[in-house]
Write a protein that binds this ligand. Structure first.
Ligand code: MTE
Length: 326
C-alpha cells in the first residue's frame, strides 16, 4: 500500500508502492517540455490524468449523472480558501483497498461494484435501532453541499464539494442512550465484487471509529454525493463518512453498519500497524508520521507543496474536543 507501511509479508515491490513519484516525475518531464500547464480536459492537469482520451471517457462514465435530490443547496458556512480540485482528478486518484492498492486503478475495478440496493444498520447504544435503505435515508434527511479540505496521511490533499447529511441529524434520529461513548463504522464485505478483499491478510471488512462527541461535531457528514451528484463507486458509494479534520483513512467509505458503543472500537489501520496509525489521527503538521514529515502536503491538482494546517484548518470547530494536542 502506498506509504502506509504494512507488515513485511504484505509489502509490495517498490514500483507499486510509489506510484505518486512516477506521477511527479512525469510532471517534471512535461514541465521541461513546456507542457506542465497544458489543459486537456477543461483545465485538468495532464500529469495526473492517465490513459488515452478513450480511457478518460471511461473515467467520466463512472460519474453518475445528477438526479434528484442533487445538486443540494450549498451551505455557505463551509468554504475553503483554495480552488476546488478538478473532478476527474479526484475521481481517478483514490484509496479504496477493497479494490486495489493502486490509486489510479480503483475507478476501473470499482465499476463492478453495485451500490444499490443498500441498507445501513444503526444499532447498539441507541433507543431507536433502525435499518435504513439508502433511498429512504435520502428521502428522510435533507442534503446539503459543503466544500471541505481533505488531507490523506500520505501527505496529499484535495478540496472537494461533498453532498451529505450532517451526522448529528442521524444521531438525533436514533437517540443515543446515556451509555453511548463511541461510534463504530463498518464497510461492506463482497469479495466477488471487490477483488482486494480476496487478500485475506487484511482484516476485512474495513472498520473505523469516532468518539460520540466527534461524530456529533457539526463538521461530520454522512456523504452521499460529491460535485453535485451521487458518489461514484470509487469515492465510496452510496454513503461514506467525512471528518475533514482527520487523516483520510478515518473517512470510511461504503458504510453498511453504524454501532454506538460504550467502549472504544478498534480501527482497521490501527489494528494492522498500531505504532503508525492511532485512533485519533487528527491532522497535525507538528506530529510527524514515524516515517515522514506531516508539515506539508501535495495538492493533487497542481502538484504544489503547501503547508499543512492544524486539524486541517478546522481548529475553530474541533479544538475544544481535544484537551491535549491530539
Ligand atoms: N474506506 C474503505 N472502506 N476502504 C478504504 O480503503 N481508504 C481510506 C478512506 N476510506 C479507504 C476508505 C483512505 S486511506 C483515504 S485517503 C480515503 O478513503 C480516500 O478517499 P477518496 O478516494 O474518496 O479520495
Amino acid at each position: 500500500m502506498p506509504l502506509i507501511r504494512i507488515p513485511k509479508r504484505w509489502e509490495l515491490p517498490e514500483s507499486q508502492v510509489t506510484p505518486e513519484s512516477i506521477y511527479w516525475n512525469r510532471r517534471r518531464f512535461l514541465k521541461a517540455l513546456g507542457l506542465g500547464t497544458v489543459s486537456l480536459l477543461g483545465g485538468f492537469w495532464p500529469g495526473l490524468l492517465s490513459g488515452a482520451p478513450d480511457e478518460q471517457d471511461e473515467l467520466r462514465a463512472t460519474i453518475p449523472p445528477p438526479h434528484k435530490p442533487y445538486p443540494a443547496p450549498r451551505n455557505p458556512r463551509f468554504q475553503v480558501d483554495r480552488p476546488l480540485t478538478p473532478e476527474l482528478i479526484a475521481a481517478q486518484y483514490n484509496n479504496f483497498y477493497e479494490f486495489t492498492l493502486k490509486k489510479n486503478g480503483v475507478w476501473k475495478l470499482a465499476r463492478r461494484f453495485r451500490p444499490r440496493p443498500w441498507t445501513i444498520e444503526i444499532s447498539g447504544e441507541v433507543h431507536r435501532p433502525t435499518t435504513l435503505d439508502i433511498d429512504q435515508l435520502l428521502a428522510r434527511f435533507p442534503l446539503e453541499e459543503r466544500v471541505y479540505r481533505f488531507r490523506c496521511v500520505e501527505a496529499w490533499s484535495m478540496v472537494v464539494p461533498w453532498t451529505g447529511i450532517p451526522f448529528k441529524k442521524i444521531l438525533d434520529f436514533v437517540q443515543p442512550t446515556g451509555q453511548a461513548r463511541y461510534v463504530r463504522f463498518v464497510s461492506f464485505y463482497r469479495p466477488e465484487e471487490a477483488p482486494g478483499q480476496k487478500d485475506r491478510s487484511y482484516p476485512w471488512p474495513y472498520f473505523e471509529g469516532l468518539t460520540l462527541a466527534e461524530a456529533s461535531n457539526e463538521l461530520t457528514l454522512l456523504a452521499t454525493g460529491i460535485y453535485g451528484h451521487p458518489l461514484p463507486n470509487q469515492h465510496g458509494a452510496p454513503a461514506r463518512i467525512v471528518v475533514p479534520w482527520k487523516y483520510g483513512y478515518k473517512n470510511i467509505k461504503s458504510v453498511v453498519k453504524i454501532e454506538l458503543t460504550r467502549k472504544r472500537p478498534p480501527t482497521f489501520w490501527n489494528t494492522l500497524v498500531p505504532d503508525e496509525y492511532d485512533f485519533w489521527s487528527n491532522v497535525n503538521p507538528n506530529k510527524p508520521h514515524p516515517r515522514w514529515s506531516q508539515a506539508t502536503e501535495r495538492d493533487i491538482a497542481t502538484g504544489r507543496r503547501i503547508p499543512t494546517l492544524l486539524y486541517n484548518g478546522y481548529a475553530q470547530e474541533v479544538a475544544a474536543l481535544y484537551k491535549e494536542s491530539r
